[in-house]
Design a protein around this ligand. Sequence first.
Ligand code: SF4
Ligand code: SF4
Length: 370
Amino acid sequence: MKKRMLGKTGIKVSLLGLGGFHMLEISKNLVSKLVGIYLDHGGNYIETAAEYGDGESEKKISYALGNHRNEVVLVSKCHARDQEGAKKFVERTLKNLQTDHLDVLFLHHVTKREDVDALLKRSSALDYLFEAKKKGMIRAIGVSFHGLPDYALELLKAQDLDVAMTGFNYYDRFNFPSTFENFLPYARSKGMGIVGMKAVADGYLYRSVEDAFRYALSQDIDIMVAGANSEEMLLKDIAIVENFKPMSEKSMENLYFRAPELGNYVCRQCNKCLPCPEGIDIPKIFLYEGWYDRQMRDYKPHEAPDYALRERLAFWFGNQNEAVTAYKKLTKNVTNCTNCGLCEERCPYDLQIVDKLQLVHFKLGNGEIF
Ligand code: SF4
Ligand code: SF4
């Protein structure tokens, strides 16, 4: 398996990382088998979090690695925000993983204003991590998040960190475009390593796993982490990554047209519907819908598994307040629409814009569902 440098950390990582969340679902013997297969195929990055099963995933990984600890880049995450809490969790993680150092330690899910405020205070978790890095207990410090990148970006601007981890997939490309357009270039300008996750959007792109991995790995990232709970799933991921060829811009554009998950509901943020004669910023309104429920609730009939996934994932990232607040600040909204139909004639993806606007007004503006 190909390897890339993880930003300026000096750590070399395989293109596919093995994630530890799904290890909660399987026995430690199966975890050992999967880790063995992964290592045999040249994988070298294994990642977990203190929170996954309250340390259970870390313990299973330690069992599976046995005496192979030094062959892998071993990574965990800590969700504490204060100095004492971070000390407690990092010490516990080292014990669970039976190691004296972590190659990367992420500050886990920095997704809210409170997270950044707490991390930038005195005696925060970061103070402990910087100390632990000096002592050689941690080689690189990272930040991980999902959904809106704004708070993690604020942290990066205030502190020098080594690695960032977030989701990269062609579905959330249109719900959280600033991850691709602002966060990623800024992190790269600081020489940070980038770890991708959620290539299949928490399972939502299950029909299109190959396209999803190829798309994710074609972004400016160093590694894509994926979890697996079966041999079959892991071997499939490995095969895709081993045969990986970057997607051209043109292929990505094609994917935006043909992807069944995007269909004629998800706004591709292309701005081709503008200008609206009434001054309504249509793409922005749909962007806020992306923050709110990832444009998952389209009120169309769906097959049961698809419906279940949407219900599970719509509010997963918790950016509803930001969406509602931003929508309320707009000077022109759906109530200004005269139903002239111009925007729908211009939309290359055949979105029923007027109906979708009404739906968003219902979701974000306490409107009436028609
Ligand atoms: S239908 Fe409504 S949103 Fe579309 S261009 Fe006309 S006024 Fe603007
Ligand atoms: S043209 Fe369609 S896809 Fe493009 S921004 Fe407007 S509504 Fe979204």
